[in-house]
Design a protein around this ligand. Structure first.
Ligand code: AMP
Length: 305
């Protein structure tokens, strides 16, 4: 039986511009990307907040996949968190055009009583103070996984360090890992991050895959080379969803399970970038997912002789 996951994170409306087009006020946010991926493997409850302006009908496909939105607060008269970004031609770099916190400004996460005992907690990208609030309400989860972003390293470092100290598995991108530790190499940064508390650190490197340091064991996973990337938004959150979902479905979280989780996260992230918003993630069939996992297995397979 997969263990139940609770995720707290941003629940947003995104406006995104890439070489392939432009969308305005579409479902996004770290918690929604995460849950669309994690629910492939385990039950997920989202805790977040939106305004009365949220087009809730656009979350129906997420519910149809089995994601519980019982913990989604809707603030009467409130305005939803909005994020706008424009990608560079290489689809890697991006400029944030705006961040409007809206209802997140005064959000006090309230974990439903029956959800406080959930064994798996994912602290998706959101203000570290809110991540701490959630940690304080939970009854000692078996597995605490955390994500963050450069904004919080710049503006809320002390809170973030407290969150990291209470985290079992930290997921960050390479730039954040360097910024957090002052180390020049990804491996140096991963080691320094482990010294801050987590037993396992996963460093995402965008189209170059991911590096995991579990204890002293290293695992490098490729990203699937894709011919067309439509919108990279949410790839990191989607990776985290596949990763945590996979772990929640494992009987034992050992090194082999962690490696499988990195590959499942990578496979789901490779779908996410094929369309804007949650669109492709929501349409992936179990067969397509299996096929892509096979492509990952083949991608780095080799024999020494
Ligand atoms: P990623 O592409 O993985 O960095 O995640 C993009 C998602 O993060 C978008 O859907 C945004 O709504 C969300 N996001 C952007 N800025 C923030 C922020 N300051 N706090 C929380 N979520 C954010």
């Amino acid at each position: 039986m997969p263990r139940e996951i609770l995720v707290v994170g941003s629940t947003a409306l995104d406006s995104v511009e890439t070489a392939h087009g432009r969308v305005t006020d579409v479902p996004g946010g770290s918690a929604f990307f995460f849950s669309a991926a994690a629910v492939r493997y385990a039950p997920v409850l989202v805790v977040g907040v939106v305004g009365e302006d949220y087009p809730l009908h656009r979350l129906e496909p997420l519910k149809a996949l089995g994601v519980s939105l019982e913990g989604l607060e809707i603030v009467p008269g409130g305005r939803t968190f909005r994020w706008g970004g424009r990608y560079h031609a290489d689809m890697m770099g991006r400029d944030t055009l705006f961040t409007e916190l809206g209802v997140f400004e005064s959000f006090q996460p309230r974990i439903p009583a029956e959800a406080r005992r959930r064994p798996v907690l994912f602290l998706a990208n959101i203000q570290p103070r809110l991540q701490l609030d959630v940690l304080d309400q939970m009854a000692d989860p078996e597995l605490i996984v955390t994500d963050t972003m450069n904004l919080w390293i710049d503006t809320a470092l002390e809170d973030l360090k407290q969150v990291i100290a209470r985290t079992h598995i930290l997921i960050v991108n390479d730039e954040e890992a360097r910024q957090l530790t002052g180390q020049r190499t990804v491996l140096g940064a991963a080691r320094a991050l482990r010294r801050m508390g987590p037993r396992t650190v996963v460093v995402k490197k965008g189209e170059h895959g991911a590096l995991m340091l579990n204890g002293e064991r290293l695992f490098a996973a490729p990203a699937l080379p894709l011919e067309q990337v439509v919108d990279p938004t949410g790839a990191g959150d989607t990776f985290a969803g596949g990763f945590v979902g996979s772990l929640a479905a494992e009987a034992v979280v050992d090194d082999a399970a962690l490696r499988r989780a990195v590959i499942r996260g990578s496979a789901l992230a490779s779908f996410s970038v094929e369309a804007f918003s949650l669109d492709r993630l929501l349409s992936v069939t179990a067969h397509e997912l299996d096929e892509r996992l096979g492509q990952f297995a083949a991608l780095a397979e080799f024999r020494l002789a």
